[in-house]
Design a binder for this molecule. Structure first.
Ligand code: TMP
Length: 214
């Protein structure tokens, strides 16, 4: 976890397919808000607690064969730890919480991607988070070709999935965003990093009711 000081609580999540650039944007937002004097905590999913990082290495190790339901439950176990132990306490302190992925990833990857029952996935999302919904979610939408060109060479277990899997995941994210227009804002992630960040700053400034134009 990265932490820094002064603000009102707000929970912001960053979503999109692998290679969409969300982690870079999350870090830029963290640095920008910190510089402006906000108290910000940043986490990643799966991960950011001892146990959740262990689960992350199991999930991402390309040598592991994991059945779909086990995968779903492991992501939820990692999430339940992070939400209870870190995210909720940070929000209770009045801090801004940034999270690189959250339950929309499970809906998109395990629900739409793996084809697991969407209703069951959503129920487990609610159980794992005890109903904690982000105040704002940024969806970094990108075509598969550009996303693949941006990924690192060494692939983890999920990144080794087929193109058709990621097509389903991307469509899943788009559908989730269509259903929750108030919470989820779609950003064109095919643009250069600086332009993406300008869009991100506009959305966040509206949410936090601050001027971040400088
Ligand atoms: P990351 O590389 O963005 O940190 O995410 C780890 C991988 O795990 C990524 O391929 C997306 C995948 N994932 C799921 O399949 N379901 C989930 O619930 C989460 C949080 C991530």
């Amino acid at each position: 976890m990265i932490k820094s000081s002064r603000s009102k609580p707000c929970f912001i999540t960053f979503e999109g397919i692998d290679g969409c650039g969300k982690s870079t944007q999350a870090l830029l937002v963290y640095r920008d808000l910190t510089k402006r004097g906000f108290s910000v905590a940043m986490f990643r999913e799966p991960g950011s607690t001892n146990l959740s990082e262990k689960i992350r290495s199991i999930l991402l190790n390309e040598k592991n064969t994991i059945s779909d339901i086990t995968e779903l439950l492991l992501y939820q176990a990692a999430r339940s730890e992070l939400t209870a132990r870190e995210i909720r306490p940070e929000l209770a302190k009045g801090n801004i919480v940034l999270c690189d992925r959250y339950y929309d990833s499970t809906t998109a990857y395990q629900g739409y991607g793996r084809g697991l029952d969407l209703k069951a996935v959503r129920t487990l999302n609610r159980i794992a988070t005890k109903g904690l919904t982000p105040d704002l979610t940024l969806l970094f939408d990108i075509d598969l070709k550009t996303a693949i060109s941006r990924r690192k060479k060494k692939k983890d277990r999920l990144e080794s999935e087929s193109k058709s899997f990621f097509v389903k995941v991307r469509k899943g994210f788009q559908e989730i965003a269509r259903k929750e227009r108030r919470r989820i804002k779609v950003v064109d992630a095919t643009q250069p990093v600086e332009n993406v960040f300008l869009d991100v700053k506009k959305i966040i400034s509206r949410k936090l009711k601050i001027d971040v134009s400088s």
